[in-house]
Design a protein around this ligand. Structure first.
Ligand SMILES: [Zn+2]
Length: 399
């Protein structure tokens, strides 16, 4: 069998697999009403690579396409829109594409139909601010991951998190008065979220601060508590103490901890910054997101050294399709069949489908390369595809 045939067969197998989407930011139904092409572009990662033009200005739209076409966010979103709305993604077609998107979303179920019927998502580990832990009213499809970020602002009860959410809203019976009480209350919230159906915890603090949580000076952390004028060192100590407490609560409640690694604030977001946290919590299941892009070697080291580390490939094929194939090959070589997962990491269904197309392309490329290289046969490649796209997520999150 030629390597092209091998890739095609693996690709066909993946395209028939039902998927456990292990990281997603899908929104409430109401937010998909009355949307057109401009909304889809503005709320997708394509907006991160170039300014979205007036879609009815053909020259401006053409300039946008020329600028963004090499960018992988754009490349896969454009493919997704072409497949979903049956028109080539050209500037001349923008008004017609806009009309088709509007007509399709007039059906309130369209956004969910893309997720379940086109993307084949069976379960979606979803995390969404500003309503942490919500299942969006669709509990069979969305399994919430409780985003803990607001707790990190909790040293000052009047300080919202990055998404405007106040952790005070999580506490019943008044705001805790001491750091110890706060940590107890935070553990109580996690227990409650688990009872409400959350299947994971999520920490996206890489957007705010370095992800090194080593300096756990309790006295310094106490100085931050209830102190709106706390120093950076004191608030960092507060966050560090809290993070270790979250890792403990995760074990008590049987919840994996999803952590954003790489990109974001860049400074101090390399996965290896988590080394001591991971060492300190051998019972905690760490689900590290994005391969730590672009610092893949850090994730390889953690995967190879710790059996309680999983890698979610989410965002990697979307950030760089060519690097992603290499990432998957090496990550598999240093771990096993059981510790890689994939999520779409998007909030527009068109972008979720684009991310899936990118992953299907990448995964079939990576696995067929390994078959050609004599690593294993095509049947094992299919087994791996099924593990990564479906089974590993089900096992890790208990769904
Ligand atoms: Zn995400």
């Amino acid at each position: 069998m030629s390597s092209l045939d091998t890739r095609e067969e693996i690709s066909r197998f993946i395209s028939q697999t039902r998927i456990t989407n292990t990281h997603c930011h899908h929104l409430d139904d109401a937010l998909y009403k009355d949307i057109g092409l401009r909304d889809v572009l503005e709320r997708s990662y394509a907006a991160w690579c170039a300014e979205i033009p007036d879609i009815f200005d053909i020259a401006a739209a053409d300039g946008f396409i020329k600028k963004a076409r090499c960018n992988t966010f754009f490349r896969w979103l454009a493919r997704s829109i072409e497949a979903l709305y049956s028109l080539p993604f050209t500037a001349e077609n923008f008004p017609a594409i806009d009309a088709r998107i509007r007509a399709a979303h007039a059906d309130e179920a369209h956004h969910l139909n893309i997720m379940t019927d086109i993307c084949r998502f069976e379960s979606i580990i979803n995390e969404r601010q500003p309503n942490p832990g919500s299942n969006l009213g669709h509990p069979r499809l969305f399994k919430p991951s409780f985003r803990c970020d607001s707790l990190f602002s909790g040293f000052d009860k009047d300080l919202p998190d990055n998404d405007g959410f106040f952790c005070a809203a999580l506490f019943h019976g008044g705001y805790p008065e001491t750091l110890r009480d706060f940590l107890t209350a935070a553990a109580g919230v996690i227990k409650e979220k688990k009872a409400d159906g959350c299947v994971a915890l999520k920490v996206a603090m890489a957007y705010i601060r370095p992800i090194n949580f080593d300096f756990t000076d309790f006295e310094k952390a106490e100085k931050a508590f209830g102190n709106s004028g706390a120093s950076a060192c004191e608030t960092a100590a507060f966050g560090n103490v809290l993070m270790h407490s979250i890792c403990g609560a995760a074990v008590e409640n049987g919840l994996p901890v999803q952590i954003h690694t790489g990109m974001a604030a860049l400074e101090g977001t390399r996965p290896l910054e988590l080394l001591n946290l991971i060492k300190s919590h051998p019972e905690t299941k760490f689900h590290l997101l994005h391969g730590g892009f672009p610092w893949f070697s850090d994730t390889y080291a953690l995967l190879a050294s710790f059996k309680n580390v999983w890698s979610d490939v989410c965002w990697v094929p979307y950030l760089s399709t060519s690097r992603a194939a290499d990432y998957i090959v090496t990550a598999l070589e240093v771990s096993g069949s059981d510790r890689l997962t994939w999520g779409c990491d998007a909030w527009m269904p068109e972008d979720s489908y684009g991310a899936l197309l990118a992953m299907e392309h990448t995964l079939s490329k990576a696995l067929s390369q390994m078959v050609s290289d004599g690593a294993f046969d095509i049947n094992y490649a299919k087994y791996l595809a099924g593990r990564i796209m479906r089974e590993n997520g089900k096992l890790l999150f208990g769904i």
